[in-house]
Design a protein around this ligand. Structure first.
Ligand code: ZN
Length: 131
């Protein structure tokens, strides 16, 4: 069974902390131990695990990606979102997290972030548990 988390981004480039939403899905599903596989079925978004305690880290990552991959360049893809496709590939479309005692086995400072690169939009994250 695949479950989905729905999010709504508010800006073009944005990190959305989905850690609590994932934890809620684990609780609802009654999962005790296993692997939580999170997958973003979008070509202009991604998912990553990084520091959640200090929001300036998310800003620094987004700023660095924007410097590396500017919005306005002479891209072949003429839809106006080539930068978002490139960022999506660099960040990646999936992460795995160990679930132990019904809890995500994250480090003290780690959070799971949905990464929007072509917002604002409605998006979803697929969640699959492997016992
Ligand atoms: Zn495109």
């Amino acid at each position: 069974m695949v479950r989905y988390i729905n999010v709504r981004s508010k800006t073009r480039n944005e990190f959305i902390d989905i850690t609590e939403m994932v934890q809620d899905v684990i609780k609802e599903a009654g999962i005790k131990t296993g692997v939580c596989y999170l997958y973003v079925p979008h070509t202009t978004a991604g998912i990553t695990i990084n520091e959640g305690a200090d929001p300036s880290v998310q800003r620094d990552i987004l700023n660095a990606l924007n410097r590396l991959i500017p919005h306005d360049m002479n891209y072949a893809h003429r839809e106006g979102n080539a930068d978002a496709h490139i960022k999506s590939t660099i960040v990646g479309a999936s992460v795995n997290v160990i679930v132990d005692d019904s809890k995500l086995l994250l480090g003290t400072w780690q959070s799971i972030f949905f990464c929007e690169f072509d917002g604002p939009r409605h998006r979803r994250i697929a969640v699959k548990f492997i016992p």
